[in-house]
Design a protein around this ligand. Structure first.
Ligand code: PBG
Length: 324
């Protein structure tokens, strides 16, 4: 048969396939989310996230060191807070003596080269389990900003590199930028959770932190999974308010949104390959229904191919171990 174009020629050998490969995921692209516990020598596995552990500061320092050796340079650290420390106004989130802030300081002191990202939202510290302040059963926007400002400032004071507002309150990127700048933290970056959807894929994370909402859901602040154009509004606002990165979350079910933001905004795009996405792959692999390693790599590749420059993923360490 006479065929001028035979696409299979570019797939004929490992060498040719490697030569024409368009997308590559490397450890440079990855951010490893970690869960921090109070105390010392504490290590508990998250039941719905096999292979992912909550760690106390001493063990977290060892983990960061091990990951740095594997080539992972960036970490997003979340606190698992005991109920006794939670209140309606998330007071502990800006108490410099609280274990989370002390740990951040210690990590930056021991590993100044590590890029440390923090989470700005009330839920881990809130007795209501919501990202914002609850008043008469409603999540109030502007009063939440005041608390988030104190939280971000306290985090910046520990020496961290990037804050990650994951709360989805209106106007928070501009507000936090102003608070940081007024206090001399012009170098602290903002990785904004720009298009964060009200998703069923966050449940294992809420198990990890015991941070599920005590009533209702997060639909008045997180986006409707049915919506696309709204992501452009959020991105436009975050861009104008000074965000350094725009994030899409979750990743796998929102590849179109990643591409949309990549095509329309001249900023690095981050994608959060969330807890439920990790859990699905791990569970299927444990049952022998999927080749976990292969599907992990294909997943990360798809997120990068869609346009993500940066991927937050619980697979970071496993991926790095496989490439060493
Ligand atoms: C909360 C927050 C959530 C995640 C990161 N920050 C959960 C939520 O919004 O309920 C989810 C991350 C994951 O599922 O891996 N501010």
């Amino acid at each position: 048969m006479s065929l001028t174009r035979r696409p299979r020629r570019n797939r004929k050998s490992e060498a040719v396939r490697a030569m024409v490969e368009e997308t590559k995921v490397t450890t440079d692209d990855l951010i490893f989310p970690l869960f921090l516990l109070e105390g010392t020598n504490q290590k508990t596995e998250v039941a719905s996230m096999p292979g992912i552990f909550r760690l106390s500061t001493d063990l977290m320092l060892k983990e960061v060191e091990a990951c740095l050796k594997l080539g992972i340079k960036a970490f997003d650290i979340f606190p698992a807070v005991d109920d006794k420390h939670k209140d309606t106004t998330a007071t502990k989130s800006y108490d410099a003596n609280f274990f989370y802030l002390r740990a951040l300081k210690e990590i930056k002191k021991q590993f100044p080269e590590a890029c440390i990202i923090t989470d700005v939202a009330m839920d881990p510290y809130s007795s209501d389990g919501h990202d914002g302040l609850v008043k008469n059963g409603k999540i109030v926007n502007d009063e939440t900003l005041d608390i988030l400002g104190k939280m971000a400032l306290a985090q910046a004071e520990t020496g961290i590199d990037i804050i990650g507002p994951s709360d989805m309150m209106d106007g928070r990127v501009g507000y936090l930028r102003e608070v940081l700048d007024q206090n001399g933290f012009t170098e602290v970056s903002i990785m904004s959770y720009t298009a964060k959807y009200a998703s069923g894929f966050y449940n294992p994370f809420r198990d990890a932190l015991d941070s599920a909402p005590k009533f209702g859901d997060k639909k008045t602040y997180q986006m409707n999974p049915a919506n696309t154009t709204e992501a452009l509004v959020e991105a436009q606002l975050d861009f104008e308010e000074g965000a350094d990165f725009l994030m899409v979350k979750p990743a796998m079910a929102y590849l179109d949104i990643i591409k949309l933001l990549k095509d329309n905004f001249p900023l690095p795009i981050a994608a959060y390959n969330v807890s439920g996405e990790y859990a699905m792959i791990k569970a299927a692999a444990q049952k022998g229904w999927l080749d976990g390693d292969r599907v992990m790599k294909e997943t990360l590749l798809s997120i990068k191919r869609a346009g993500a420059d940066v991927i937050l993923t619980y697979f970071a360490k496993e991926f790095a171990q496989g490439t060493k």
